[in-house]
Structure formats: structure tokens, C-alpha cells
Design a protein around this ligand. Structure first.
Ligand SMILES: O=C(O)CCC(=O)C(=O)O
Ligand SMILES: [Fe+2]
Length: 282
């Protein structure tokens, strides 16, 4: 079948390091394999892609995300009951956001997400931006001796570091948490991971889930992790997006971190997320 969508797909970088705005594709319609492959190549290169004016139903967002692989259903966050692969982030005075921490999504599983698609449904009049950081640019900016030190290290990722029991005690909520805790034991991932598509190395520790680096003393581990969490967030490695309704951000969760700015109370904000599982980090 001739592919007419390809020539119109354009990506405009938003800075020297990370992020591009993409136009020329309608995400509500099934992607041809070649358009999906082209988008994935753009994603691996730019690490986060922004699409504007893409009103998607939950079913359409699920279908779009599923063109990149199997989807994850979040064990704790609310979702759309009929489309459980779509996670709902409904934040405001009733439920302040807890994503104002630099993090990579769902690193507490064996095969953390490769790709995440976040769609803006309702945005505050001002504020509520999201920032992404390139964990590969952050890795590349480290000195050679530090890179050599980090290379063989492995770290523990713990679901309950970001989802503590004490925050999950409402009716039905505690049961769901207990089940999630049982299904998500501690995982060990390399501190530096190699991207499965382009071979670029990236820091793979994050403040939400990485609890400790194996083999170091607790003080050494805390100190080094704190340095790495701060290092990834340096403005040089970041891009910031101000949302409009129906914007969609697609990020490479293997090589980035993100931070949702929590500056819009008493207004509220509604986002839908679809999460594509990836490979075991190596
Ligand atoms: O709401 C946002 O901007 C991002 C929230 C977040 O961390 C996520 O969807 O993974
Ligand atoms: Fe996130």
C-alpha cells in the first residue's frame, strides 16, 4: 500500500539537546507500519516528541500507543474502567500531583516502559508545564573517571519508595496497594543502561524508585544517588512544554526523566497516559 503520510511528517527540534515538535500525522487514525517506524526513529533521536491538536478518545490513545508494543496497566493509579490501559492523572486541590519529582516511569518492573504517551485533556490557565531531561546527555557530560566508576554498578528500584503504604489507606485503596506490593518486588537494574535501538548510554537511576546502589555503603549510595538525581535535572539537559488541550507528548522512557510542575492550585489539570512496556535494561 503506498504510504502517503510519510512526506508530510516533520520534526522541528525545540533545543540542541532534547525535544521536537512533530506535525503531519493524525494520531487518531491507525498508523501504517512505516509511519510508526518513522515516529519511533524520531523518538529515539529527539527523546520526547510533541504533537498538537490531537484530540484522542481513550480507545484511540490506546490504539496509538499499542502500535509501539504491549501496554502496561498501572497497579496503583486510577484508570478508565473500560480502557484500563489509559491511566488518569486528575490533579487539583482535591488531589495534588505527586509527579513533581524527577523520575522515569515504572522502573520498579523487570521490563520498564520503553515509550509513554501523555495526552492533555484539561489544563490550568497558567502553569502545569512538564519538563523532560535527557539521561543520555547527562551521562555523556560526566567525567571519564566517574563514568568508569558507574559502568559496572547496579541499583535497587523499589515500588514503595514512590508509593508508600501510608499514602494508600482509603477503602479499597489499601487492598489494591497490598496486591501491587506483592506483585512488584524489589528489582535490580544497571545504573548505566545502553539504549536497545541506538546503543547510546544513559543514566538509569531516578528519585522516585531508585533506593540504593548495590555494593556501596548506605552513605556512599545516598551521596552518589543524590548527585546523579541533581545532575540529570541540570537545565542544559532539559526541555519544557506548556500544555494546551489535546497536546500529546510521546517520550522515550529508556533515556529520559520528567518532572510535572506543581504550580497551578487551586486550578485542576487532567491528563491521560498510555504506557508501552520495554526490554529488560542492560
Ligand atoms: O502530568 C504530567 O505532566 C506528567 C505526569 C507523569 O509523571 C506521568 O504521566 O508519567
Ligand atoms: Fe511520570
Amino acid at each position: 500500500m503506498p504510504d502517503v503520510a510519510l512526506p508530510t511528517l516533520t520534526a522541528t527540534p525545540l533545543g540542541p539537546t532534547i525535544g521536537a515538535r512533530v506535525s503531519g500525522v493524525d494520531l487518531s487514525r491507525p498508523l501504517t507500519p512505516s509511519v510508526a517506524a518513522e515516529l519511533e526513529a524520531l523518538l529515539v533521536r529527539h527523546q520526547v516528541l510533541f504533537f498538537e491538536n490531537q484530540p484522542l478518545t481513550p480507545e484511540q490513545q490506546r490504539a496509538f500507543a499499542a502500535s509501539f508494543g504491549p501496554l502496561h496497566i498501572h497497579p496503583v493509579y486510577p484508570n478508565i474502567p473500560e480502557v484500563p490501559e489509559i491511566m488518569v492523572l486528575d490533579t487539583g486541590p482535591h488531589n495534588p500531583s505527586d509527579n513533581d519529582v524527577w523520575h522515569t516511569d515504572v522502573t520498579f518492573v523487570e521490563t520498564p516502559p520503553a515509550i509513554v504517551a501523555l495526552s492533555a485533556k484539561k489544563v490550568p490557565p497558567l502553569g502545569g508545564d512538564t519538563l523532560w531531561a535527557s539521561a543520555s546527555a547527562a551521562y555523556e557530560a560526566l567525567s571519564e573517571p566517574l563514568r568508569v566508576l558507574l559502568e559496572p554498578l547496579k541499583a535497587v528500584h523499589d515500588f514503595s519508595r514512590s508509593f508508600p503504604e501510608w499514602r494508600h489507606n482509603g477503602p479499597g485503596v489499601h487492598e489494591r496497594w497490598l496486591e501491587a506490593r506483592a506483585k512488584n518486588p524489589i528489582r535490580v537494574h544497571p545504573v548505566i543502561r545502553t539504549h536497545p535501538v541506538n546503543g547510546r548510554k544513559a543514566l538509569f537511576v531516578n528519585d522516585n524508585f531508585t533506593a540504593a546502589i548495590l555494593g556501596l555503603s548506605p552513605k556512599e549510595s545516598d551521596f552518589l544517588l543524590r548527585f546523579l538525581f541533581d545532575h540529570v535535572a541540570r537545565p542544559e539537559f532539559t526541555v519544557r512544554w506548556t500544555w494546551k488541550p489535546d497536546d500529546l507528548a510521546l517520550w522515550d522512557n529508556r533515556s529520559t526523566q520528567h518532572y510535572a510542575v506543581n504550580d497551578y492550585l487551586p486550578h485542576s489539570r487532567l491528563m491521560h497516559r498510555a504506557t508501552v512496556l520495554g526490554d529488560r535494561p542492560v
